[in-house]
Structure formats: structure tokens, C-alpha cells
Design a protein around this ligand. Structure first.
Ligand code: NCD
Length: 316
């Protein structure tokens, strides 16, 4: 079992065997989380600080629960979007926190690259909980765990990632992870919601959803990220739903046992039909949330082992 990372800033630096190590350990935490007594002492004595400069429900809650179940001292800093004054402020905040000797810092920030920058300034392990449109590694890992448990494997699957790919860090991290594990990835959506340089991503691109979903094993829907749009990316939500909203009819193009995923939060009736999202025979959206806690426990466990193996750095 090898995991050589000091931080988890993205999927990009991970090797396939490190991803497998993480997912195998996550499976163990799924069992622990289903037990009556969920406590472990893996992180006891360590301090975890959650810094969310952007709103979050499930990601923040699951990092908090994960830390508490493993015995860390967990603190949530509430960072109001209005207090972000970029560059200096972020670094100043990091230095202030660093002086309090945290061991694990979980950071979400609206600017791509902000979490990497912060990681260069502190002595603790940093986990990226989503930075701008860049990466959201724990989301891709929890999606991978959900797929592996539902399909029995994480390679040679045909996976359609659908909708607002241009604005999505979830899509970027998933494309990297699923690509490293040798799956076939299709990107499905209107040309206006495809990222620039889409041709270099090594995926098949479809504008027609009925074609894009044909015979896939997994349908991953994305939220229409209206807060990141500043112009006319889509004609209207009604038209968007008609062409790209997942309903039973479009899903019938996929394999009969294809699973439906969504990272949340969902816009019901915009990118996905509400009844389908709740259909426990097709949708694994609740499993994704459950896997989220286990994956975050595994990530913090492995980073803490590496932290403990290093001689303690003395601050300058
Ligand atoms: C995603 C995010 O914040 O990137 N949500 C999440 O973490 N579950 C996706 C989104 O906001 O649409």
C-alpha cells in the first residue's frame, strides 16, 4: 500500500496505484460508518481546520464528520465571500492559521490555483475541497468509489459526463481520474458549455444527448453552474431540459443497468428529472453522499500517516 503525497491538491499528480490504495481504504471506512460505533482514533491529537471561502453543504459536512469520527479536533472557519480580497488576504489568512499549528487544512476557494498557492505557505497537509473551475479531487474519488462498488470494477467502462462541463471542477477531476484508470469517457453537452481545448482531453464529444448516451455504463449529470455564467450560454432552462435534461426516455439509450450520478446540488427539472433522481433502481446519488464521508476519512488517514512519518518542521 503506497501513497506518497504530502497534500491532496488534485487528481493530476496521483498515480493509478495511489488511487486504488485510497479506494481500498475507503471501502473499510464505509463499513465503519455503517456500524453503530463509528469512532476510530486515527486522527487523535491532530487538528483539522475547514476553510470554505465558497458555499458548501455536503462537502463541508462530510469533511467535518470524517474528522470527528476519526478523533481529530475539528474547527470550521466561516469565510464570507465578501471578505475575500484575493492574493495577500489569502496568504495572510494562511500564515495566521499556520501559526496555530493545524495538521490538516481543508480549503475551498473560488479561484483556480488558490489552494496550491496556500499549500506552499503552510507546514500542514492541505486538501483541496474545490478551487474555481480547476479541481475537486475528493468528489472524483467518491464518484470512483461509487462506480467501483456498483459496477464491480473501475476500468473499461463507458462513462458519459453530461451538461455544464466548461464550468465544472467535478468534470475536470473526473476526466483525469477515469482516464488514468483506462475508461472511455464521453462529454455530452452544447458546444457553449464545452471547455476550451476540449479536443486535447482525450474524450469523445457529443452535442446530441441521445447519441452520447448510447450503450454507456454510467451517466454522470452536472449542475448548470449559473453563478459562473456571465452571458447567454443556454437559450432557456426549458429548452435546455428538453435537449440535455436526463429523463427516463433519454436514459433508455444507455445500457439497461446503467447508473445515474449527480454530485449535487441538483437543479431538478433543469439538468435532471426529479423522479429519476429519486429512483433507487437507477440513481446512486445517495450512495455518492455516503461514499463522500468514507473517501474523506481515507484521504485524511493517509495524509496523516505521511505527516507523522516526517520529522516535525520548525517554523521559521
Ligand atoms: C460541486 C462543487 O461544488 O464543485 N458540488 C459538490 O461539491 N458536491 C458541484 C456543483 O457545485 O455543482
Amino acid at each position: 500500500m503506497r501513497f506518497d503525497q504530502r497534500h491532496l491538491l488534485g487528481i493530476e499528480p496521483l498515480r493509478p496505484d495511489e488511487i486504488t490504495t485510497l479506494l481500498d481504504l475507503s471501502d473499510k471506512y464505509v463499513s465503519l460508518n455503517r456500524a453503530r460505533d463509528k469512532r476510530s482514533s486515527t486522527l487523535s491529537g491532530l487538528t483539522q481546520i475547514n476553510m470554505f471561502f465558497e458555499n458548501s453543504t455536503r462537502t463541508q459536512a462530510s469533511f467535518e464528520l470524517a474528522g470527528k469520527r476519526m478523533g481529530a479536533d475539528v474547527m470550521n472557519m466561516s469565510m464570507q465571500a465578501s471578505s475575500i480580497k484575493k492574493g495577500e488576504t489569502l496568504i495572510d489568512t494562511a500564515m495566521t492559521l499556520n501559526a496555530m499549528h493545524p495538521d490538516l487544512l481543508v480549503v475551498r476557494h473560488p479561484h483556480s490555483g488558490a489552494v496550491d498557492l496556500l499549500a506552499q505557505k503552510v507546514n500542514c497537509a492541505v486538501i483541496n475541497a474545490g478551487d474555481g473551475r480547476h479541481e475537486h479531487p475528493t468528489q472524483a474519488l467518491l464518484d470512483a468509489l461509487t462506480i467501483r462498488r456498483a459496477k464491480g470494477r473501475l476500468h473499461r467502462l463507458s462513462i458519459a459526463i453530461c451538461g455544464d462541463i466548461a464550468h465544472s471542477r467535478v468534470a475536470r477531476s473526473n476526466i483525469m481520474l477515469l482516464g488514468k484508470m483506462e475508461n472511455r469517457i464521453r462529454l455530452v453537452g452544447p458546444a457553449t458549455l464545452m471547455p476550451s481545448g476540449v479536443a486535447e482531453l482525450g474524450c469523445e464529444v457529443y452535442e446530441d444527448m441521445n447519441e452520447g448516451l448510447k450503450d454507456v455504463d454510467v451517466v454522470m449529470m452536472l449542475r448548470l453552474q449559473k453563478e459562473r455564467m456571465d452571458g447567454g450560454f443556454i437559450p432557456s432552462e426549458r429548452e435546455y431540459y428538453h435537449r440535455y435534461g436526463l429523463d427516463a426516455e433519454k436514459l433508455a439509450r444507455a445500457k439497461p443497468d446503467a447508473i445515474v450520478m449527480h454530485p449535487g446540488p441538483m437543479n431538478r427539472g433543469v439538468e435532471i428529472d426529479g423522479t429519476l433522481a429519486d429512483d433507487i433502481n437507477r440513481s446512486v446519488i445517495q450512495e455518492q453522499v455516503e461514499m463522500g464521508v468514507a473517501v474523506r476519512m481515507a484521504v485524511m488517514d493517509l495524509l496523516a500517516r505521511n505527516l507523522r512519518a516526517r520529522p516535525k518542521e520548525v517554523m521559521a
